[in-house]
Design a binder for this molecule. Structure first.
Ligand code: FAD
Length: 470
């Protein structure tokens, strides 16, 4: 029977990231992925000459943040070629505002003038900004439990400022801003400003887990696809290995699960191996919202934009509540739009274009998402009217599709960054069961989606290496 130092279940950003970090340190790693492809939510596929994201992604601090840090730590810093983006383009009900990703206050003030904020309320925005930039880490931690809307309301009631923060945090955490943690939001804004740019990986999203997998293999780790884990084996309250769906048993004293904390505890291991309080805690954890996604291939390039976020209303609370409580489809949807082929022309055949967009919505068991998809398409066409004339094909993704692929009620992020699930209240990476750890947008970490998972991988590697006294 084969045995390894560490078995990692799942090839998402968290799983591949921690795999590369531990393989680099000389541990004998086996990474098992149930699908025939790597990357989990951060994956891509080929279709008629286009390279298409499985979902739709933008990356905030790219090489300068946690995604790049993993590669720096394994001495492969240039393994991802990032296309840099130094502005965050917004579209507020038709008005375009390009926010520079910069700490240069002069540049920021230039842009503030374009915002629909009365001059007497501009000070409010500056106060919000100053507070975000200057808070000490201790004061920041105190904001873990405060939602963004409540925090912002201490400074301003200006509708545009609330709208901007609500939809920016909505795009980052995929939950309403009246539930999202302020500290988490401030950290990502600071991180972006420090980096000075966002980015997009050449070769599309899958280039990130591919780079980490090259790291695993370079440092003699093993990756197996089509190798779903059916059970994690426990003996005398200790992890001893895994059993695959095909019945194969593989031994390891350390298992790092990237397969979701609920799935791991409740399905792959089973409640009986844990204390009841821990099981209850895991059961009540909440996921982020899900999303619908459109990916539209065009026979020619019809827009020069790289990406933008569209705010359809200046009443974000009503927007999110309407969807959440009443299940209503708004007339115009909040969209995040990425044009991957403008960022990396190799993602579309010469002269053609790929436009992707997503809109968040809470998970529900319904299977018919046509009305949502139609509304999403209509909103996008209002913003880029030439789409229907030039479209070759459209691929769609619904919450049901995301759920089929990754489970977790089709969650975009993973475990949500609500006020009660961040900082010290984030699910811990180390489980109560000896030898079992979690990684990914599920436990530990901070940041937006992929960066949350990458930060979790960095923390997880540190914890495991500490335990092994390495
Ligand atoms: C529509 C959409 C838009 C998004 N937009 C962005 C964005 O713009 N920016 C951003 O940073 N993030 C974005 N994200 C979020 C981001 O992709 C995720 O938060 C992140 O990739 C999660 O990584 P993870 O490490 O938690 O692993 P996951 O992606 O959850 O991967 C887990 C892996 O484990 C595997 N697995 C599960 N069970 C088993 C088993 N039993 N055996 C073997 N393997 C198993 C799965 O197949 C999967 O490959 C988006 C996600 C979606 C869906």
């Amino acid at each position: 029977m084969r045995s390894y130092d560490v078995i990692i279940i799942g090839s998402g950003i968290g799983g591949t990231g921690v795999g590369a970090l531990l393989a680099y340190k000389g541990l004998k790693i086996l990474l098992l992925e149930k699908h025939a492809f790597i990357g989990g939510r951060c994956s891509s596929y080929k279709k008629e000459g286009f390279t298409v994201s499985s979902y739709v992604h933008a990356f905030s601090s790219s090489d300068k943040g946690a995604l790049g840090e993993i590669l720096r730590k394994i001495e492969m810093p240039d393994e991802i070629d990032w296309v840099q983006q130094s502005i965050a383009p917004l579209n507020f009900k038709g008005t375009e505002i390009n926010i520079p990703v910069t700490s240069d206050i002069k540049k920021f003030l230039e842009v503030v003038k374009q915002m629909p904020i009365p001059p007497e309320e501009l000070d409010d925005l500056l106060k919000v900004n100053m507070s975000m930039v200057s808070l000490s880490l201790k004061k920041l931690r105190a904001l873990d439990n405060i939602d963004i809307r409540s925090w912002l309301s201490q400074y301003t009631s200006n509708k545009f400022i609330h709208t901007m923060m609500a939809f920016l945090s909505g795009a980052s955490f995929v939950i309403p801003y009246y539930e999202a943690s302020t500290s988490e939001y401030i950290r990502i804004i600071r991180n972006m400003i420090t980096a000075g740019h966002g980015g997009y990986p050449r070769g599309d999203c899958i280039a990130i887990p591919q780079a980490y997998c090259r790291g695993i293999e370079k440092y003699k780790g093993t990756i197996r696809l089509d190798s779903g884990v059916q059970r994690i084996l426990v003996e005398n309250n200790e992890i001893i290995g895994v059993e695959l769906i095909n019945g194969e048993v593989i031994k390891a004293k350390i298992i790092i699960s990237n397969a979701g904390i609920k799935n791991t505890v409740l399905n792959l291991i089973g409640e009986k191996h844990f204390d009841k309080n821990y099981v209850d805690y895991v059961k009540q954890l909440k996921y982020s919202w899900s999303a619908i996604v459109l990916k539209i291939a065009l026979d020619k390039k019809i827009t020069d934009k790289n990406a933008f976020i569209y705010f359809p209303t200046d009443n974000p609370t009503e927007y999110f509540r309407q969807i959440e409580k009443e299940g209503q489809i708004p007339e115009s949807l909040f969209l995040w739009v990425v044009i991957p082929s403008n960022l990396d022309p190799s993602l579309a055949p010469p002269g053609k274009q790929l436009i992707c967009c997503g809109s968040p919505l809470p998970y529900s068991k319904q299977e018919d998402w046509k009305k949502w998809l139609d509304q999403c398409y209509e909103t996008l066409v209002n913003l880029i009217p030439d789409i229907p004339k030039h479209q070759l094909w459209i691929d769609t993704v619904t919450p049901t599709d995301i759920e089929r692929m990754v489970g977790e009620q089709g969650a975009v992020i993973g475990i949500a960054q609500t006020t009660d699930q961040v900082g010290e209240k984030r699910p811990p990476i180390k489980s109560p069961l000896k030898g079992l750890y979690f990684v990914g947008a599920e436990a530990g970490g901070w940041g937006i989606g992929t960066e949350l998972a990458a930060n979790s991988a960095l923390e997880c590697a540190k914890i495991v290496l500490n335990e092994l006294k390495m």
